[in-house]
Ligand binder design. Structure first.
Ligand SMILES: NC(=O)c1ccc[n+]([C@@H]2O[C@H](COP(=O)([O-])OP(=O)(O)OC[C@H]3O[C@@H](n4cnc5c(N)ncnc54)[C@H](OP(=O)(O)O)[C@@H]3O)[C@@H](O)[C@H]2O)c1
Length: 339
């Protein structure tokens, strides 16, 4: 690559801060600007916001000023997509890598997808989504699937005590701390699995499988005691854990599964064990199991979410315009990170 690619970071929350830490020192990326959603972050140094040394780049909410920097790519890690912003970015010619569920291009419905597609066409730009899960863990599963001569089912399990992620807004949106008989609990849990529903058709296409439906099941674990986690509380008898499966179905048979166990702490019934990572299983001949876990026992979810999108930036910038997913890019690796 003859020059570094100019990137703008869009928000500095958990994933965004990890992205900035990944851009600093990245072999081919150069941070040139940063968007702040929170008014109190505007005007502050991005390094200071993200836990690194001052970078001399000030966070701003001025979209035009950021686009005037002519970034090659925007690293979009906002809590929720702002489709007006995304449309402007893509139409300006800047590519976007994101961590929310737009893998298939339809994760947020037809109208936003059409707007983003049109913006890509206008700007000659590409939109790519990844992360750890959805995103890279299923890519590892697809790579593993190549070792079997017959596959009955492929599954990816995310199994985590998520307390350390400390994201009250996200956890409440998932349904944590609701009463189990509150209809909102099932609704929120299923809504928060939209990203998995978006992942399954991408895997099906990669495996050459025609699905005839997507299923969803979930169950709850209830807190044994009232617990204050510091960033939020969970009341006794309220939801402290979820376990569920999103299934890609062929003639009623579950053939592709995105599974999850999410827990806040241990004091709950039932207290499902967690593996603190990802377990991929290819059931077939031969059956294959792959585990993704941290060597030091602590999987840093923000970094493992941010790096698969950062490491994809050169390929996304080189991709033809439109929504691209992992199947449309060269296999994303840590190229250049071996130092
Ligand atoms: N694929 C994966 O593996 C994976 C894993 C984790 C998360 N994610 C997704 O990645 C995205 C970022 O996750 P995160 O945990 O980093 O989120 P976060 O820290 O809660 O929020 C990211 C930033 O979004 C802005 N923000 C806060 N509330 C907002 C709202 N109501 N509407 C719009 N923007 C808001 C803030 O920007 P400022 O910093 O400017 O204030 C915040 O710091 C989410 O969509 C999440 O679902 C994906």
């Amino acid at each position: 690559m003859s020059r570094r690619l100019k990137v703008v970071q869009w928000t500095t929350g958990k994933t965004g801060s990890a992205a900035v830490r990944g851009i600093v020192g990245h072999p081919v990326l150069e941070l040139v600007g940063c968007f702040a959603w929170s008014p109190d972050k505007v005007g502050r140094d991005v390094g200071e916001l993200c836990g690194v040394e001052p970078l001399g780049i000030t966070a701003t909410d001025d979209v035009d000023a950021l686009l005037a920097l002519e970034p090659d790519c925007v690293v979009y890690t906002a809590y929720r997509p702002d489709f007006d912003h995304l449309e402007r970015i893509l139409a300006s010619g800047a590519n976007v890598v994101a961590t929310m569920y737009m893998l298939s291009g339809h994760g947020y419905g037809d109208e936003p997808s059409r707007r983003l597609r049109d913006a890509c066409e206008k700007g000659g730009s590409s939109l790519y989504t990844s992360g750890i899960y959805p995103g890279h863990a299923p890519m590892v599963a697809l790579a593993a699937s190549a070792m079997s001569r017959r596959i009955e089912r492929i599954s990816v399990l995310e199994s985590l005590d998520i307390t350390g992620y400390a994201n009250e807004q996200m956890f409440r949106a998932q349904g944590f701390d609701l009463e189990p008989d509150d209809p909102e609990a099932a609704r929120r849990c299923e809504a928060s699995c939209g990203s998995f529903k978006d992942q399954i058709p991408v895997m099906a296409r990669a495996l050459g499988v025609q699905l005839d439906g997507i299923g969803f099941t979930a169950e709850y674990a209830l807190a044994d005691d009232h617990t204050d986690f510091g960033f939020m509380t969970v009341g006794k008898g309220r939801i402290a854990g979820f376990r569920g499966t999103i299934s890609g179905l062929v003639q009623g048979r579950s053939v592709i599964e995105c599974r999850f166990v999410w827990k806040l702490g241990e004091a709950m019934t039932p207290n499902w064990p967690v593996t603190d990572g990802y377990v991929i299983e290819i059931e077939g001949d031969p059956g294959v199991r792959v585990k993704i876990e941290a060597i030091d026992g602590h999987l840093d979810g923000a970094t493992t979410t941010a790096m698969p999108v950062l490491n994809a930036v050169p390929a996304v910038c080189a991709a033809p315009p439109g929504t691209v997913n992992q199947m449309g890019l060269p296999f994303v690796t840590g190229a250049g990170q071996l130092r």
